[in-house]
Design a protein around this ligand. Sequence first.
Ligand code: M6R
Length: 431
Amino acid sequence: MIGIGVGENFVASDVTAILQHTKQVIYMEDGEIAEVFKDHYLTKMIANEEEVNKVVHQIEMTLDEIDKGGYPTFMLKEIMEQPESLKNSIRGRLLMDTGDVKLGGLENVLDHLLYVKRIMIIACGTSWHSALVGKYMFETLLRIPTEVEYASEFRYRNPIVGPGDAVFFISQSGETADTLAALKEAKRRGALCLGICNVVGSSIARESQSGVYVHAGPEIGVASTKAFTSQLVVLALITILLGRRKGMSEAEGIELVSEFKKIPDYAREILKQNSLIEEIAEQFKNATNFLYLGRGYNFPVALEGALKLKEISYIHAEGYPAAEMKHGPIALVDENMPVVFIAPKDATYDKIVSNIEEIKARKGKVIAIATTNDDQIDNLADYSIKIPTTRSILMPILTVIPLQLLAYHIAMKKGLNVDQPRNLAKSVTVE
Ligand code: M6R
């Protein structure tokens, strides 16, 4: 994009980078080139040098949305504001009386979506983890086969995709080069392409045929936190929207949407445990490896917890489906290995408990994310962080929050720059 200032102009890949200088921007399209000078700019087609007249957009975002709001870092601010960002993602979208959901961006493609034979979800990094949660949601509640792909793999492997498929592209920035290229490829092959983006007006949002904005607000910290939980909100909303048209009863819908409404308050409850999590971080700040284990909806959360720790604390961490540990990772476990279990009281709780026992038998240190009032876990784990319980489709929105805080505090205690970790960029606009 080009930011248009007074006596100065700017070139950026994300509006937050230039917001303190100007709110007027033009978006560049593929095949266009711009010459930007101090007091004017020219936009042309690369192919024939023909001049293009660009529309100037006024950015709605305000500067206080992108300051630290009294917090020492953007990352902590963004973790702490999740009760509000979740509320914003939900606002106006739940129909409490009918147990239904309204997503304006999907209205014109709803009929198509209801009859697709297969859904694909394509993304990178943290957004890929939310895609994986989406697969569990869609397959469990909609019974639509759902494939999740890394954008970088999809675009280079001659994918089998075409008319009859619906493909969701998830991206916080809406500018990730691989995801954008995958979108163009899927579109070229005739699939229905839908965006789930946070940044309004971003390339992926513009290139998609339709979609849903995440509305988490600007995310500045390189490690994605509030955008992840809001992406999960949107995926759960889509699940209910389609579910209600595919046999989910009104009573079931009402129960789900009333639980949904409580999610921001549950998030607030979890954040009250910040000091406890900081104490746990103190115990593990010098660890060199971590394992994160979860099952079902919480397996992708284990991957996300491990990614958060890796990217900001530079500690090696791996996420696994809990039952897979006996097929390899358990060999790593000794008294120096912290293992984080995501262990809410759900259908696989007993299995997770026996996985914890296996780790304890090998002297591993267990940190458990467990449901409030779960005393059994307290007797097993070295540390437990308690969270409210809700419907399993919504649980990942909650279980990830303590993991964000754990990674945050470990990195801070190591004196690292959590907002701009080494070698990483907020918008990955190159391959
Ligand atoms: O903007 P996107 O959601 O497309 O970004 C995808 C990844 O680059 C991003 O999630 C990355 O993994 C984050 N640093 C994770 O915290």
